[in-house]
Design a protein around this ligand. Sequence first.
Ligand SMILES: NC(=O)c1ccc[n+]([C@@H]2O[C@H](COP(=O)([O-])OP(=O)(O)OC[C@H]3O[C@@H](n4cnc5c(N)ncnc54)[C@H](OP(=O)(O)O)[C@@H]3O)[C@@H](O)[C@H]2O)c1
Length: 286
Amino acid sequence: MRSLRGQVVLITGVTSGIGRSVAERLAGAGARIVGCARDGDRLTDVGRAEPGWDLRRADLTDPAERAALVDGVLADHGRIDVLVANAGIGWEGLVEDMSGDDVEQVYRTNVIAPADLARRVLPGMLDRGDGAIVFTSSMAAFASVPPLTVYCSTKYAVDGFVEGLRREVWTRGVRVHSVNPGPIRTEWLARSRGARPAEGEIEDGPGAAGARVPRSPGAPVEWVAAAVHRSLVRPWSRTVSVPRVVGLGRLAAVQPVRTAVDVATGLNAGRIAHRARRLAEQHTPH
Ligand SMILES: NC(=O)c1ccc[n+]([C@@H]2O[C@H](COP(=O)([O-])OP(=O)(O)OC[C@H]3O[C@@H](n4cnc5c(N)ncnc54)[C@H](OP(=O)(O)O)[C@@H]3O)[C@@H](O)[C@H]2O)c1
């Protein structure tokens, strides 16, 4: 088992949901937490609750802010032992209803940013012959289904990146982990459309400080945090689904399950479109 004590861990998307929970868990294991997010007010809230964390504002869709983030952490801490590339946004909507900017925003956040951050932290890890990168992927990487087509495709990209990167670096001391959660109780769908706090919508459970918008249903964030922690103390790279049972979703890539999914989504296309538009209406701030 590897120890996280004193390790410099950079976690993206630390202001809520999975990232916040991962930070709490790894801090409890003795790691030095450096966290980032784009929303300064939420970072301030987290900083009040966790004065020992080094929190930095960065919009990860901006290449200059990604560079400044990594350079700043290296300058102040000397190294990055672990990167948890977690920040991401969901998007529930049919492709025909999305603007070009919407598609770019989801890809920049979920694919370009984690790949570029990995590229930036790797040289130090390879020089030391030691380091770990964890990607928060999703069960959405197992089957691309409307109305989550664009979101799912970003997570396919993340899994493809993980697979190749692991093959590039595994003999040189760097572990590349992928955590593929199923539905988890967070704000991801509401926040992705820029939703802000609404009257009366407040936190609803442990680790919920800073939560301001309704959560989607699912398993607790702590399950994902535990999976990330278990991966980081192992000496080898891991791919893990949370909860484990959602790993069965990989069967969706195999015939005849694949055809069954084609038929089911085709037969329910009208219902799917209706639901997507209703949810978009609910989640879009007016
Ligand atoms: N919830 C689920 O059911 C589920 C399932 C599978 C996978 N995932 C994945 O889990 C990851 C975390 O999502 P979550 O469910 O924990 O959602 P969340 O509570 O909405 O957290 C998302 C985090 O990412 C940050 N973020 C978003 N865009 C950013 C940007 N451009 N620059 C910097 N930070 C940004 C947010 O910070 P701000 O404060 O700045 O908004 C927030 O801290 C995502 O990659 C998501 O795809 C979620």
